[in-house]
Design a protein around this ligand. Structure first.
Ligand code: DAH
Length: 341
């Protein structure tokens, strides 16, 4: 019996396995119900009492050696599986993840804001749900004034100072004049709402950036220069601007700004409808009534304001022909603008 034990012991020491199943087979062969070590334990019952002590010890150490060996084989297999990646094939090409891209309206808004931030304008925002005073009253739209019809409004409540969805970001000017001490130099981006039927050229939700500069001795020449610098950064260094007289209740004088058509360079094409010019924003000198309504002494201070539609600027920059594309979230459209890295 002693020989058998020693033979098995040297066998156990040399055991090796390449697969988990082989380890299991070894376990059954040695320690299973009919395994060779199990059989030795059966035989051990018949060993003479005076040999029991000595043989018992070697038999037990054989069993311990076998159990340890099997454990060790399993661990080695696990480790080599990890390093060879047999469960996961690390050499396979990965499934690449699609990168998102910024929405063209965000791209344009960020560009507009970054241009103005270089000239010292700070970003100031206001609420989308506003009251009549901030959207109209403080901006020199008297009650019942026909200028209110220029912006068909979604009202939320009725009464003297109804709650409504802002129709322009000019309301953020008013909030800024209430909050910020002079001088003020801000740009106000945001969403605006008008009761308009949705078409290629109009939408009930769109985005604007409003600008406001108030200080001592601000002049129309300053306004013109600010608009020119913006147009050149946005549409290229050869861009020209022209100002056409216009009307807004909150500015006097008021103007509409055209930029030379960046497609035909001013010669006339179907984008600029043959005129060579594209309208980009409204602007003007802040009406003294607006300054006074917001507690600013109009004999000491003057200012200019401007407002532009972000969709419109983006359309002109990339020749997007239909406003609805901005809201449909068709990935083929959205992917063309900027990839976020
Ligand atoms: N609030 C005007 C609109 O939505 C745009 C505008 C025009 C803003 C002239 C201005 C401005 O600040 O001076 O149509």
């Amino acid at each position: 019996m002693r020989d058998k034990i020693e033979k098995l012991l040297s066998e156990v020491e040399q055991l090796a396995a390449k697969r988990e199943q082989e380890v299991e087979e070894i376990r059954i062969r040695l320690l299973g119900k009919k395994g060779s070590i199990t059989q030795l334990f059966d035989e051990f019952r018949n060993v003479l009492p005076e040999q029991k002590r000595e043989l018992g010890q070697v038999l037990n150490s054989l069993k311990i050696a076998a159990v340890n060996k099997i454990e060790q084989l399993k661990e080695m297999l696990d480790e080599s599986m990890e390093s060879e990646g047999s469960a996961f094939d690390l050499t396979k090409p990965g499934d690449s993840q699609e990168l998102g891209s910024r929405h063209p309206i965000s791209v344009t808004r960020r560009e507009i804001l970054s241009i103005f931030s270089k000239y010292g304008y700070e970003v100031a925002e206001g609420p989308e749900i506003e009251d009549d005073w901030h959207v109209f009253g403080a901006l020199n739209f008297p009650p019942e004034h026909p200028a209110r019809d220029m912006q068909d409004t979604f009202f939320i409540t009725e009464g003297d100072n109804p709650i409504l969805l802002r129709t322009h970001t000019s309301s953020a000017q008013v909030r800024a004049m209430e909050r910020i001490s002079l001088p003020i130099r801000i740009v106000c981006p945001g969403r605006v709402f008008r009761n308009e039927a949705i078409s290629a050229r109009a939408h009930c939700i769109f985005h604007q950036v409003e600008g406001l500069y108030i200080d001592k001795q601000v002049t129309f020449a300053d306004l013109k220069q600010a608009v020119l610098l913006f147009a050149r950064e946005m549409f290229g260094e050869n861009a020209q601007i022209r100002l056409r007289p216009s009307y807004f209740p909150f500015t006097e004088p008021s103007a509409e700004v055209d930029v030379s058509c960046n497609i035909c360079g001013g010669k006339g094409c179907n984008i600029c409808k043959g005129t060579g010019w594209l309208e980009i924003m409204g602007c003007g000198m802040v009406d003294p009534n607006v300054l006074e309504a917001n507690g600013i002494d109009s004999t000491q201070y003057s200012g200019f304001a401007f407002g532009m539609g972000i969709e419109r600027i983006a359309m002109l920059k990339w020749q997007v022909k239909d406003l609805r594309l901005y809201f449909e979230n068709d990935i083929r459209f959205l992917k063309q603008f900027e990839t976020v890295v």
